[in-house]
Design a protein around this ligand. Structure first.
Ligand SMILES: C[S@@+](CC[C@H](N)C(=O)[O-])C[C@H]1O[C@@H](n2cnc3c(N)ncnc32)[C@H](O)[C@@H]1O
Length: 275
């Protein structure tokens, strides 16, 4: 029925791109390889406590920040290692400026925090004398993103909390990952649940879909090869190979509830050894 409706909408120009159906429509497809005891519904209750970490305390002390509570442990897990040194952070989506202030408080005081937003009124949230900057433009505009990178980058952390439109998330990642994120940097996209809400899905593939493909890209070195190609001092061992940029620079992808994190690190060829 939805397919028929979508066809009608496309015909009359009301649906611009082919949007995938909601996950709800797909009825959470689970592989038959997953045993029934793991797919059986079990009850989940409300969280009673609050995140016990410094970032949550900073969040609680400010106003005009909009974050989900369960994000705070995820932020700590991925961001705490950047706290000792001054860093450069780019946040897509300024809104009322609260998160920019929160990051400024959390990271080293000499850090530079940059927010971008399409809404001109967000410029008021710049605090230039504290190295908190706001630039106005769209996350879907690679030229604007390149200009922001030219002015402030490359960044240690990039956080996409912008429009949550899937094609924007895809364009921003594509425009920023190579030139604007440092080696050793972290690219986080939050509110990924929106990839399952039809009003945010405006591309044939969601950002989650694309992220899943990147799991395969991490494993590109192994395609069409065998273990001896990687074995220490083995005559078949390869000493060099050409990989896609992502495969050569993506250390890990972490999937959390509504957050995907990409850790960037230039890789070397994997090596195996039996001692
Ligand atoms: C969820 S709010 C950001 C919240 C803020 N980071 C916080 O934690 O309080 C999303 C912001 O993205 C902005 N936005 C929407 N479309 C955008 C686009 N194409 N490029 C950049 N920002 C956009 C909106 O104007 C809005 O201020």
């Amino acid at each position: 029925m939805r397919k028929f409706l979508n066809k009608l909408l496309i015909k009359f120009g009301l649906l611009i791109t082919k949007a995938p159906t909601l996950l709800a429509d797909k009825a959470l497809s689970t592989s038959e390889s997953i045993p029934a005891k793991l797919t059986e519904k079990v009850s989940v209750g409300q969280e009673t406590g609050q995140p016990d970490n410094e970032l949550f305390r900073i969040f609680s002390a400010d106003t005009d920040v909009h974050k989900w509570h369960h994000y705070f442990n995820i932020y700590e897990r991925h961001f705490s290692r950047y706290r000792d040194q001054p860093i450069r952070m780019l946040e897509i989506g300024v809104f009322r400026g609260g998160s920019l202030r929160m990051w400024k408080e959390y990271f080293h005081p000499d850090s530079t925090i940059v927010g971008i937003d399409v809404d001109r009124s967000c410029a008021a949230h710049e605090i230039a004398d504290r190295d908190v900057y706001v630039r106005i433009g769209s996350q879907a505009d690679p030229n604007f993103l390149a200009a922001v990178n030219g002015e402030f980058g490359p960044f240690d952390i990039i956080l996409d909390d912008g429009s949550h439109k899937t094609h924007h998330q895809i364009i921003s990642f594509g425009a920023l990952f190579r030139e604007s994120l440092k080696n050793g940097g972290c690219y986080m996209v939050e509110d990924m649940h929106t990839n399952y809400w039809i009003k945010h899905v405006d591309s044939p593939e969601t950002f989650i879909d694309v992220s899943k493909q990147m799991i395969d890209m991490i494993h590109e070195p192994y395609f069409d090869r065998k273990e001896t190609h990687f074995r220490h001092k083995h005559p078949d061992a390869v000493t060099e190979m050409d990989l896609t940029y992502l495969s050569a620079n993506l250390d890990s992808i972490s999937f959390h509830d509504s957050i995907v994190v990409f850790d960037k690190k230039k890789r070397s060829l994997p090596k195996s050894e039996l001692r």
